[in-house]
Write a protein that binds this ligand. Structure first.
Ligand SMILES: Nc1nc2c(ncn2[C@@H]2O[C@H](COP(=O)(O)OP(=O)(O)OP(=O)(O)O)[C@@H](O)[C@H]2O)c(=O)[nH]1
Ligand SMILES: [Mg+2]
Length: 444
């Protein structure tokens, strides 16, 4: 389904492969092409914009890796951003400590809910769980039959009740499953339109009645950006915990899968891709990103090169510090390297004069994310010239990064303190770049 996007990405990479280095001009060119490719794949416009901006900032701020070409490095940046966009890592199903774990399944009509319930039960059974399915779609008689047939195929009990109240059906289904010692109960609900307030209220009440461990929103990938809009509308009524994308085997351009996480803020947990009961996969952001880019070898090549940040690069940074032109861009790229490596020792250890004190310093992901968000909300000029940051600019940056002016101020103070300390240290001839205590404080 991502063939089109893949081939467009490939031609962008081909174009930049010939360049000897990454410049503001050629990266802007490439990012414009990438943005266009994303939009053509039906990716949400805001997602496409932010995506390319982030890649651009990373590409311009990153160290030049000697053993790989600029084109290869861009592939890696795009890959990293794709993984990030798709949610980072796989989250899987969340189970409750009290049995049974309830999984409530909701979504639009015909999105593939019932089929998914069967596939999920099948998968869970194979993992040794003991599932049951509750037929809470009481509006269509055929719905219960459909579910019963599915259940029979996989030998999973399907509970149905002759009650005209979906909330009551769900409640009884969970209670009977508990008594029968079932580990997981999957509740299949009727398809509903997000504009139908009565039906939306029903699913909200079901959720309230059975306190699910997971509420999964099922969405047909073929519906493109509509899928994203519906997800938003559902999210407002039923705060679901995960998304299931179905019909990934159809000729969808993939835009919904790429945008939904960003727009709704909830992870995709499963991809469903066919009529067969086996065609259900847990969602892995890395795998999908690799599939879209189809360049796993380039990605791992650049990763290796990044790990081996050369002493040369460290020295270059040292020179900047000595000349006192260490700016927020350097700061950000240091931070990103630290985050990637998980410890400062590998970077700072390359600089002469760094003591054992910094070895294996832990890095807090939340703190670095916030700092990253703040710096990424600045313009290039501001990053290179932090002195430009007056009150109104700081307010804009705080708004843009979803932080507060206080947080921006704190970061700036830390940046200046660090810069001062670096300068003093380098005057002392120690050649140190960052004060470990300072860095630790910053990342807390
Ligand atoms: N190709 C393909 N078809 C699917 C997939 N999932 C479901 N379908 C088909 O889509 C149609 C609707 O699926 P259902 O599972 O009945 O959808 P539903 O959401 O339960 O529908 P309602 O209960 O009517 O709201 C059926 O014909 C399924 O066979 C999928 O991943 N790929
Ligand atoms: Mg159904």
């Amino acid at each position: 389904m991502f063939e089109d996007l893949s081939s467009k990405f490939e031609s962008v990479f081909k174009k930049i492969r010939g360049e000897s280095r990454i410049t503001e001009l050629n990266i802007s060119d490439s990012m414009r092409d990438i943005r266009r490719a994303l939009l053509e794949a039906d990716v949400n416009i805001q997602v496409a914009r932010e995506f390319t901006e982030k890649v651009k900032v990373k590409a311009l701020g990153a160290d030049v890796l000697k053993s790989v070409s600029p084109g290869q490095q861009i592939v890696k940046h795009v890959y990293d951003e794709l993984v990030d966009l798709l949610g980072g890592s796989n989250v899987g199903i969340h189970y409750s400590t009290k049995l049974p774990s309830v999984i409530l399944v909701c979504g639009l009509q015909g999105s593939g809910k019932t089929t998914f319930c069967g596939k999920l039960a099948n998968q869970l059974k194979k993992q040794g769980k003991v599932p049951a399915i509750v037929a809470a779609d009481i509006y269509r008689p055929a719905a219960i039959d459909q579910l019963k047939k599915l259940g029979a195929q996989i030998s999973v009990p399907v509970l149905s009740y002759d009650v005209q109240d979906a909330v009551e059906v769900a409640r009884r289904g969970v209670e009977d499953s508990r008594l029968a010692g079932r580990g997981v109960v999957i509740i299949d609900t009727a398809g509903r339109l997000h504009v139908d307030s009565e039906m939306m209220d029903e699913v909200r009440r079901i959720k309230e009645a059975v306190s699910p461990a997971e509420t999964l929103f099922v969405v047909d990938a073929m519906t493109g950006q509509d899928a994203v809009n519906t997800a938003k509308a559902f999210w407002d009524t039923v705060a679901f915990s995960g998304i299931v994308m179905t019909k990934m085997d159809g000729d969808t351009r993939g835009g919904a899968a790429l945008s939904i996480r960003f727009v709704v803020g909830q992870p995709i947990k499963f991809l469903s891709y066919g009529e067969k009961l086996e065609s259900l996969d847990l969602f892995y952001p890395e795998r999908l990103a690799q599939r879209i880019l189809g360049m796993g070898d380039v990605v791992s090549l650049v990763e290796k090169a990044q790990e081996a940040i050369s002493v040369d690069d460290a020295k270059k940074l040292h020179d900047k510090i000595r000349k006192n032109d260490f700016n927020l861009e350097d700061f950000l790229s240091q931070l990103q390297q630290i985050k990637k490596l998980g410890s400062m020792s590998s970077i700072l250890g390359m600089l002469p004069g760094i003591g054992k004190a910094i070895k294996d310093m832990p890095v807090d992901d939340q703190a670095t994310k916030k700092i990253e968000a703040i710096i990424l909300s600045m313009t290039f000029k501001e990053r290179r010239n932090p002195d430009l940051l007056n009150g109104s600019r700081r307010l804009r940056i705080a708004n843009g990064s979803g932080t507060s002016v206080q947080e921006v101020n704190r970061l700036m103070k830390q940046f200046y303190d660090m810069k001062k300390m670096m300068k003093n240290m380098s005057k002392l001839g120690k050649g140190a770049m960052a004060n470990p205590a300072m860095m630790k404080k910053l990342l807390r």
